[in-house]
Design a protein around this ligand. Structure first.
Ligand SMILES: C[S@@+](CC[C@H](N)C(=O)[O-])C[C@H]1O[C@@H](n2cnc3c(N)ncnc32)[C@H](O)[C@@H]1O
Length: 651
């Protein structure tokens, strides 16, 4: 599909209904094309034809883009009614959610840098503007789309906290029907947040669980999830000589194995300190955020990351191996990681490029481990992970050990624009005004309009500003137009206009040439020097020889600048270029479009460095007599990507 198309969306179910300013139904969505940009497929599971047209049952998918566009794309590409389980953990509207903290590799004690600027601006786009109404419309649209994607017996988990839960539950009632509510799961934190003086400290988050219809089922092995007794209950339990336990409210005893088996079938539970008790909708047995330091090893610090244990319980309870799990607010990739480990297929999306990189990295590591172990991911028994790992690789059949990264609606352009606008706002000191449909903010007493940076300021832009001012006869303030560059005819027009106007004079700040601000807008891209050579030996000759790839140097002016900015006295001295590099990916037969990850060098621990020198067999089908294009993608610690390609001649 090349052109945008439109698809229809069913109406929400109905009552009760929540209202907000600007509430609109979503009866259709526009579908934009998606580009396949990267593929990780160590077993060569997918032929390219299959992945070009992943209808319904294809490999795992990771999308970079706004999830509204992503969900629309999925609906238009055969995924309607195909998703068994959705877990989403949308932002709550706090601005600090997604700034990645990054550190140089291998150098202890280097300052942590705030994540890449486009991360920052993408995040501003989605959080800053979240007045309640916008947020509700945003969530409403996503929920309507998600419902269309669910199978008839599918389910959805919506993770939220005290800020939005009351609204989101109303939205879910409206979209899916209150009769399809399953549970409100309380995930209790060990860490308590908030002040103690005026209220009880907050110590939980909530997961709302709904089904699409009445045909859903809780997976049998998990309807008997056992969790340890609390200390309080344990203390109140007493054992007599016959093995009976007494507790204040309930009496039980240790079961004989035969009794236990029989009881398991009748779903009566024997309470004893060894077997624990049946899990309720309050989950106080997971250390919640405290478990993350371990899980974060080798990953960037993602402040809203959820735990593997939590997702393991959620996914196990509501899906079977082979089921398709979707998370369109993937963040650091937890849902996809757990789905992959539990043998489920997955689809993930995020608008934030840093999240896509982190998720990709995390999944590459998991899949590689699975492939190396030749293991079938078993559905893990709940807390006791007693998964027997099957030894033979044959067991991998039926599971997907690959994923493709797609970009929807060329989001990068949008990002560049937002990035530039936010940078301009910050550097010039513009006060943002969100309530004005035309002007973007104020500078002192003047109104400010930021002209989109993808074109120079033209007479048309000036005309638009003039028309807007005409429509506001009471407006007395002057105007500043901020642009990246301007057409030459602009100056004469402005001189003439300003001569005639007592008020509403227009001044232009042209960033490209501005003495004061101009320097902030010159982005020096990171650069790398890579050497690629083909070596042929007698042994490997028929395969086209060996490709030796060596990264000789890498420099990121942004990292150096950032380090110096963060610690002014620190003159950035980076002894080894590899300290700046997070990930190296190699494609030995690059087609100029889709990056096939043949090798990924992602050191697991933060203190380990990438190797920088790689030996790979020449790609199959590339005979000694023919050339191939080797592409090396280097992702630095700020998430900036450099792609270097080299043509390697015949052996
Ligand atoms: C709370 S975080 C999710 C954290 C995740 N559960 C984890 O374990 O790491 C929310 C994520 O939603 C993403 N996001 C926000 N608006 C989005 C949109 N419109 N489309 C796609 N992703 C979006 C943010 O970039 C962020 O990564």
């Amino acid at each position: 599909m090349t052109n945008a198309q439109t698809i229809q969306i069913a109406e929400a179910k109905g009552r009760p209904m929540l209202h907000w300013v600007g509430k609109r139904p979503l009866d259709h969505v526009t579908v934009y094309p998606a580009q396949l940009v990267e593929r990780f497929d160590p077993l060569g599971e997918q032929t390219s034809e299959v992945s070009e047209n992943l209808r319904g049952l294809g490999g795992n998918l990771l999308f970079h883009g706004d999830n509204k566009d992503v969900l629309a794309w999925l609906l238009a590409h055969g995924y309607r009614g195909k998703v068994n389980l959705v877990y989403i953990d949308p932002p709550f509207g706090s601005g600090a959610d997604y700034v990645r903290k990054v550190q140089l590799r291998g150098i202890r004690g280097t300052p942590k840098l705030d994540g890449e600027s486009y991360t920052l601006s993408e995040q501003i786009q989605y959080t800053d503007i979240w007045a309640n109404d916008t947020y509700l419309q945003f969530m409403y649209e996503r929920l309507l789309l998600l419902k269309e994607l669910l199978t008839t017996d599918g389910m959805i988990y919506l993770h939220c906290d005290w800020r939005r839960i009351h609204h989101l539950r109303c939205l879910l009632d409206e979209v899916l029907g209150s009769e399809n509510f399953i549970n409100e799961i309380i995930w209790q934190h060990q860490i308590m947040g908030g002040s103690h003086d005026k209220r009880f400290p907050k110590a939980h988050e909530t997961i709302l669980w709904y089904a699409k219809g009445s045909g859903y089922r809780l997976r049998s092995e998990n309807s008997n999830v056992r969790v340890p007794f609390s200390d309080y209950v344990l203390q109140s339990m007493k054992q007599d000589e016959k093995g009976w336990y007494y507790e204040r409210r309930r009496m039980s005893r240790k079961a004989t194995p035969a009794e236990a088996a029989a009881k398991a079938h009748t779903r009566t539970y024997v309470e004893s300190p060894d077997v624990g008790t049946v899990a309720t909708d309050v989950w106080a047995d997971m250390l919640s955020y405290q478990e993350l330091p371990n899980e974060r090893q080798g990953l960037d610090l993602y402040p809203t990351q959820k735990t593997v244990k939590l997702l393991t319980r959620l996914i196990s309870a509501a899906s079977d191996p082979g089921d398709l799990i979707l998370d369109c607010f993937i963040g650091s990739g937890t849902t996809a990681a757990v789905a992959q480990k539990l043998g489920r297929r997955w689809i993930a999306a995020d608008v934030n490029k840093g999240a896509i990189q982190t998720t990709s990295k995390r999944l590459q590591a998991i899949i590689r481990q699975q492939v190396e172990a030749g293991a079938v991911p078993q559905q893990m028994a709940f807390e006791t992970q007693t998964s027997e790992v099957s030894e033979d690789l044959g067991g991998l059949a039926g599971l997907t050990h690959s994923f493709s990264v797609y970009r929807v609606n060329d989001y990068d352009l949008q990002i560049q624009h937002n990035e530039a606008v936010n940078l301009a706002v910050e550097m010039i000191g513009i006060e943002r005004v969100k309530t004005d449909a035309f002007f973007d903010g104020t500078l002192g007493r003047r109104l400010v309009k930021i002209v989109p940076f993808n074109h120079p300021l033209t007479l048309l832009d000036l005309q638009l500003a003039q028309d807007e001012l005409k429509a506001r006869p009471d407006e007395e303030r002057d105007v500043v137009l901020v642009c990246l560059g301007k057409e030459t005819s602009v100056d004469a027009w402005l001189a003439e206009y300003n001569k005639r106007r007592p008020v509403n004079k227009i001044e232009v700040i042209e960033l490209r040439t501005d003495q004061k601000y101009g320097k902030f807008f010159i982005h020096q891209p990171a650069q790398a020097r890579v050497r690629v050579e083909r070596q042929t030996s007698e042994v490997s000759e028929d395969l086209g020889g060996l490709l030796v790839i060596e990264i000789e140097d890498f420099i990121s002016p942004s990292i150096v600048e950032r380090l110096e900015m963060d610690t002014p006295l620190f003159k950035a001295q980076i002894p080894d270029w590899r300290a700046m590099v997070d990930v190296v990916l190699i494609d030995t037969a690059y087609d100029g479009q889709t990056f096939n990850i043949v090798l990924s060098d992602v050191p697991e621990r933060k203190n380990d460095l990438v190797s920088g020198r790689y030996e790979l067999p020449a790609p199959e089908g590339v005979a000694p007599g023919s050339a191939t294009t080797v592409a090396v993608k280097i992702i630095d610690m700020l998430g900036e990507e450099v792609l270097v390609t080299a043509e390697v001649g015949p052996a």
